[in-house]
Design a protein around this ligand. Structure first.
Ligand SMILES: Cc1cc2nc3c(=O)[nH]c(=O)nc-3n(C[C@H](O)[C@H](O)[C@H](O)COP(=O)(O)OP(=O)(O)OC[C@H]3O[C@@H](n4cnc5c(N)ncnc54)[C@H](O)[C@@H]3O)c2cc1C
Length: 397
């Protein structure tokens, strides 16, 4: 497994450009977005115009062609500014767009991937159901054969971008009894298709800029051209998407951790108690040191995993079993550690800020509410440990 890695001048230039953009365009709107719990339509439109919704997609399909490493740079910088914007880009790119690149026919790529990568269409990914969360193969939204197409009926929940998305990559059961192995199919559904509607949108602890929507399918007629990959292989599609999502979640966490650490440093050097800046007290210094250690380790892990995904390329038919297994384990490791380290770092950052960290509207208070979901979505951390342990037991360390 290659572990050497450095950023090219182009990647560094991209990082500088997105950092300046997010500071200028996104940072000023975040507090109001959080307070009003509204989807940030204007900043999302500007980011789409810049190509930031198609960073890892090759240029021939309308993207910026910067691979997973470039994509992680984007999410790291965005993570420093706002988790909601990061989740909107992540749901669209990792979970909605990348499966099209990996599994789409040329026709599907032209129809759905190109507008998604150019930012003309917003995408969402819908796997979860009321009775199927961690047990994500136990889907009950049914896809019944109907001529050469399908009729879809059921209810999906917790869909990030579900209210705003133009297209949803949605998993339904072509055979409920078979479950994950052969019973789940991935469908591309466009908003406005008869019978396909948005239901309730959840009120949440954090990520106030994102919608978390229920999607209702009432006998939605779907043609065969809307099946992504083969019938019965939808679980594969979903898991491949989640491998990308888990690494990019690590990048967004890395950004959030850096922001929390930087704010804590500044605060600790300026807040005086007992006649000294609190940064002079070893207890505070050790909190800052712990943050820096986790940031250092996570940076290496995220970019190594992203570079490995770039080396493998997007075509799953070219991956060996070993490469696929390694990629999945790496993604689970990154996701699990990133989300736990981010929670710990932001919790300690709040502690360094004392009472001020608990006051509504401060960046640390918002980060504390935003970060918690990272241990739950894209597969809970218990499930990441199941994935890692299963792989360990099958092929060792
Ligand atoms: C804000 C938000 C955004 C989301 N976005 C999306 C999205 O865009 N698309 C989508 O499809 N889904 C999305 N989800 C759903 C998310 O992925 C699920 O909530 C998550 O996978 C957990 O499923 P669950 O909530 O049903 O919990 P459950 O599966 O019911 O789990 C409850 C608890 O039991 C534990 N548990 C379950 N099984 C095991 C086991 N075998 N071993 C040990 N522990 C176990 C879990 O780890 C957890 O602690 C989102 C959720 C939220 C809250």
């Amino acid at each position: 497994m290659p572990i050497e890695f450095s950023f090219s001048p182009d990647q560094e230039a991209f990082r500088e450009a997105v950092r300046a953009f997010f500071d200028r365009e996104v940072r000023p709107v975040v507090a109001a977005m959080d307070e009003s719990e509204t989807f940030p339509t204007d900043t999302v439109r500007r980011m789409r115009d810049e190509g930031y919704f198609g960073v890892p997609v090759p240029e021939e399909y309308g993207g910026l062609g910067l691979g997973k490493v470039g994509y992680c740079l984007l999410l790291e910088e965005l993570g420093k500014v706002d988790a909601s914007h990061g989740a909107i880009v992540g749901a669209h790119t990792s979970l909605g767009t990348m499966p099209l690149l990996s599994y789409g026919t040329e026709e599907q790529k032209r129809r759905w991937l190109v507008p998604a990568a150019k930012g003309e269409k917003l995408l969402a990914f819908s796997l979860t159901e009321p009775g199927s969360g961690s047990d994500s193969g136990a889907i009950h939204t049914v896809a019944e054969k109907d001529g050469d197409g399908w009729t879809l009926t059921g209810t999906k929940i917790y869909v990030t971008n579900g209210r705003e998305a133009d297209t949803v990559l949605l998993m339904a059961a072509n055979d409920v009894k078979k479950g994950a192995s052969g019973g789940v199919t991935a469908f591309l559904l466009d908003k406005g298709m008869p019978g396909f509607t948005v239901g309730r949108c959840e009120k949440k602890m954090g990520l106030h800029g994102t919608s978390t929507a229920e999607l209702i399918l009432d006998h939605v007629k779907v043609g065969p051209e809307r099946v992504l990959h083969e019938v019965g292989k939808g679980f594969h599609v979903a898991m491949t998407a989640l491998d990308v999502g888990r690494v990019s979640l690590g990048a967004a966490s890395l950004g959030g951790m850096q922001a929390a650490c930087t704010e804590s440093l500044t605060f600790a050097q300026n807040r005086t108690q007992f006649g000294l800046p609190i940064s002079e007290y070893e207890v505070i210094q050790f909190k800052l040191a712990d943050m820096a250690m986790k940031i250092h380790a996570l940076r290496l892990m995220v970019y190594q995993a992203a570079a490995n995904q770039d080396r493998l390329g997007p075509d799953p038919s070219k991956w060996t079993r070993l490469e696929r297994a390694t990629k999945t384990r790496e993604a689970a490791v990154v996701k699990c550690l990133a989300s736990e380290w981010a929670s710990e770092t932001i919790d300690e950052a709040l502690q360094v800020h004392g009472g001020l960290g608990y006051i509504r509207g401060t960046p640390i208070e918002r980060a504390y509410r935003d970060v918690r979901i990272s241990e739950i979505f894209e597969g809970t951390n218990e499930i990441q440990r199941v994935v890692i342990a299963r792989d360990l037991l099958s092929r060792g360390l």
